[in-house]
Write a protein that binds this ligand. Sequence first.
Ligand SMILES: [Zn+2]
Length: 328
Amino acid sequence: MPPALRRGMALVSAVALRSGFPHDIASQANAFTALATRPVGEWGPAPFAECAERAVILVDPGFGSPTADCLELASGGGEASVVEDIFHERLRTALAASGTEAPRLYREVRETIVRHPCMTKTEVLAFAYDVPELATDIPTFFRRLPASALHGRTLRLCGHCGAPLFPDRDRVSHPLGRCAVRECRMTFPDASVGSEHEVASPDDWRIADPSIMTYWVGPGLPEIWLYDALLASGADAELYPMCDAADVGIGGTAVGVDVKSYSSAAVIGHRFANGIGGLRAFRRRIVAIPDFWIRIDRDYLATAASVSGLREGIEFMSVSAVAREFAA
Ligand SMILES: [Zn+2]
C-alpha cells in the first residue's frame, strides 16, 4: 500500500472515531478507496459532511487515480505545487528543446491522445513516428491494455470517447460494459459501442497511462467538444494555445477558456484564488465547468466565483454557455 494512502486512512480513521463513528471506516484499503469514489460528504464523518468541500470526490473509480480535487487539496493550494500531472512536466521538458515548433507539437500529442486514448501497439508506433521530435516520449504515455478490459477476446471501444468499455459485474444493467472515463459516463449514461475488435493478445493494444486518462482524457472530452462546436460555428478557435496557456483560445489572445472538471466548486474556487496561471495571457479569462457538475450542484458557479474572489477578472461559466456565447 502506498505510504500516502496509509497515512490518509489513519487520519480519516482518527477523525471518524473522534466524531463518534461506531466503526473504523478506513481500516481496509479496498473498502476505503471504494468510499473515496463518492463525495466525502456522503460517507465521511460529520466534519466532512459539514465542510465547504463536501462535494469532493477523491478517487477516479475508472482508473484508481487521485482526482484533480484530491491533488488540489493535497497541494495546499499553492499554484506552483498544483500537479496537473507528471507527464505534463515530462512533455514540457521534451518540448523545451523544440523551440518555435513546441506549441504545434504539444497540441498534436495531447489532441491525439484525448481523441484516441486506446490504440494498437502499431498505431502508437506510427503516432511516435509522425512526431519524431517526441518519438521516444510518446510510447511512455501508454501502457499495455489490461486483460480486464476485454469481453472474452473482444475489445469494445466507446462510441463517445474511444476508451475501452470495461465489462461490468452488473451485466444486466450494463450488457455492453461501461466506459471507464468518468466525464464520459456522466455525460452519456448509456454505453455506446464505437468499434469492436477481436484481440489475439492484450499486448497488441495500448491504453493511455491511468494518470493521463484521469487528467487529460476525462477533462479533455468537454474541451474537445467545445473546440469542435466553436469550429463548426466558424469561430476562430484554437486548442491548447501557447502550449496550454488555456485549453481553448478564441480570437488569438482575446479569450482564453480553461475547462476544469472538479467535483467541488469550493476546491476549484480555491485553486483560482491562488493564481489564474496561463489565463493571464488572455484579455477575457473564462473557467468553463462541464454541465453535468452544474446539474448535480445548482450553486456550483456562484460558489466557485465567491470562493475565488474572481481574481484577475476570471469568470466561471458552463461549457455549453461558452459554446453559445462565442459561436460565430
Ligand atoms: Zn467513453
